[in-house]
Design a protein around this ligand. Sequence first.
Ligand code: ADP
Ligand code: ZN
Ligand code: ZN
Length: 839
Amino acid sequence: MLSLFGENEITQNESGFSFADIILPVPIPRMFTYKIPRNLSSEIQIGARVIVQFGRKKILTGIIGKVHNKAPQAYEAKPILEVLDERPSVNPLQIRFWAWMADYYCCHIGEVMHAALPSGLRLSSESKIQANPDFDRENAAYPLDEREEKILDALENQEELTYEDCEKILGIKTVTPILKSLVAKEAILIFEKVQEKYTPKVETRIRLREDLAKEKKALEAIFEQLSGKEKQESILLKYLRDVPVFQKPELNEKGLEKATILEEGDSESSLKTLIKNGIFESFKVTVNRLQEVEPERVPAQLSPSQQEAMSQIKAQFEEKQTLLLHGITGSGKTEIYIQLIQEVLESGSQVLLLLPEIALTTQIVSRLQEVFGSSMGVYHSKYSDNERVEVWNGVLSGRFSFVVGVRSSIFLPFDSLGLIIVDEEHESSYKQFDPAPRFQARDAAIMLAYFHQAKTLLGSATPSFESFYNASQGKYGYVELKYRYGEAELPDYFLADLGADRRKNLLKLDSTRLLREKIQEALDKNEQVLIFQNRRGYAPYIQCEDCGWTGECVQCDVSLTYHQFTEELRCHYCGYKEKIPTSCPACGSTQLSTKGMGTERIEESLSLLFPEARMGRMDLDTTRNKYGYQRILDEFGSGQLDILVGTQMITKGLDFGRVTVVGIWDGDRILNFPDFRAGERAFQQITQVAGRAGRRSEKGKVIIQTRNPDQNIFAKVIAGDYGSFFQQEMVERRNFFYPPYVKLVKITTRHADFKTAEKAAIALHREMAQIAVKKIVLGPEKALIGRIKNQYQFESLIKLDRSGATQTTFKEKLAEITEELQARPEFRSVRWIVDVDPS
Ligand code: ADP
Ligand code: ZN
Ligand code: ZN
């Protein structure tokens, strides 16, 4: 669909065109053509929000995606009703990017729009009722009953009514059937009232009456007047302390926030009296939610090897659009980013720095803030909508020319990006799995940079195999940082054999003797320990020792996870939960035991083994609220905790000087990933978590507990031999047709009825086999989890030749096929989910 925006792309002042294609939030895979009424033609701009009628009864808000002079053939275009934006909320580059994304990831441009706009900028709807101007009451085809007549009477006096109005008019609670009947008789129209959701933050401030701030005498008189009224006097004194009006009278104009005055416990009623007597005046201002922070330092002096890397990056950017910076953990990639960012900003372009999950990398954000202050926007996944709108508007207004953000920040309204940095580019959280658009933010960022003619820098200690492959093919530039900054060295590794310890009776609560010894050594020296396990909760499941019963979710084919703290069994897929049974529901036995190891259980085991150690835990359960993550990090950073147990969350970008021991609780679990990426992921995870150890002068130790210490991957990780591990895995990928040698598309077929789901999946398979491109179609197979939320699922996996033409043809045909299948009555409620580059 890119061609849509090709030759005749229009940017400014689109008057003179007769039609506009509107992106609407409806699940139909295209834009809709509307007529541009002459009186609106000067207001029409690409990216502006408009109101249009959709179908016979709906009024919707959409965004102008394109303007042209071609009347639609299949239907007569309706006019645009209203233009909402004087200045478009969205620029033409963004729309081009949306169109690319919809095309590439096989979804609807309306879905991309929905993902792109912070919900504060989307328009909320509230249904209203209006008389249908075409309705002839006298000669109605169907008779109206008394209540219906009443509504129409009301609409003669009032242009629109809400549901509540109708309830009052009729004196009843359920008006919907009556309104439905009126709609069916074409007597009324129901429309959605658009309403801006974003609400600016308003602050109440206090200032001294103007003349009092200027004339000392007048103020003295006031003090005399207040003598004896201590409470009022105290407020006045406090104000003068914070706002020195005699040194700087101009400060009085800005005044002081009311909440600040009252925060030391002064009485609100005394303040009110002061205002009533005209000594103070109270006023309101709209303020930024985003805090103002002044820069505190200049960028660090780069080490010689960092400097060398920096000049290589610049040299290679002369020729390549994208570059991979492969720097071991602790090599100082962030300092290099800082210098590059500063240079690009000085040249007048914008910069976007993507981070995997910003909540997980607060440390980096504060490091950047030290240099860039509040000229840097932060786009957080845990920010409120209003805060997100402020970042969005800050980019529009030019307040933020540099933004640090999570994957959705690729949708911000940049108009002149010079550089995009994707930090930890191998991270799987750059992929959005659900809902559509199912995009990979790293890949999308490279495309976005291309639209801006900007550069992309991918940074990682353990690059994704795709990126490394592209670099080795010369498609990307490649720069390596082989040394840690300063005196820090990479840690030593130890493999702790779980099987051997079990045979010798040395295992205690699933910990090996070696791990216990290393932890104890660290504790004795007052150093800190990180324990990693990629499974949260207490134990994955609970099982009956007598009959083997395990708690299963009632809606999904998975076992429930045991959460000790809440005494519940919970489904991690759908959220279903139930109380822990006291006896086996199948056989009545009371011998229920917990199997497997989650972070919560490990925390408990370690507290028993090291009763004197102060324990903390970081996983999804302990970091649900906005500050949970920060709080645990602060506690750990300030030395209030000795041991921190955590999931993947502790592997990312943390930089703590006192961590000397890292324990990997279950090294085998990391390898048991049911995917062709198992090896790649394991290499990344172990290297990353190990990289948290010994980041200052003390050398770190990494202990991996495993039943298979001879696994080849451990040897490669320990040797830090990324290159030969990559080569070895590539042979397999090539032989078995996996990325980067092919492109994958996964299609999931879903339905509540098993037979229908299966039939639909087979029908799809048959049709796909006919598409004449170079490909392999696997499946359909029952999905790994056969049923989720009572929907059965089948999966097909398609391996496509890497050529662009193959992919385009396949995707176009696929869209036709699913549309055709969906039209068959038996498959009407089947859902097809297309996932391009699924992992
Ligand atoms: P990476 O992101 O590659 O893992 P970091 O950027 O976190 O590495 O750097 C590791 C540590 O070394 C940090 O504490 C950082 O402040 C410090 N560091 C790196 N480069 C410099 C430099 N040029 N000057 C001062 N400190 C540096
Ligand atoms: Zn479930
Ligand atoms: Zn039982």
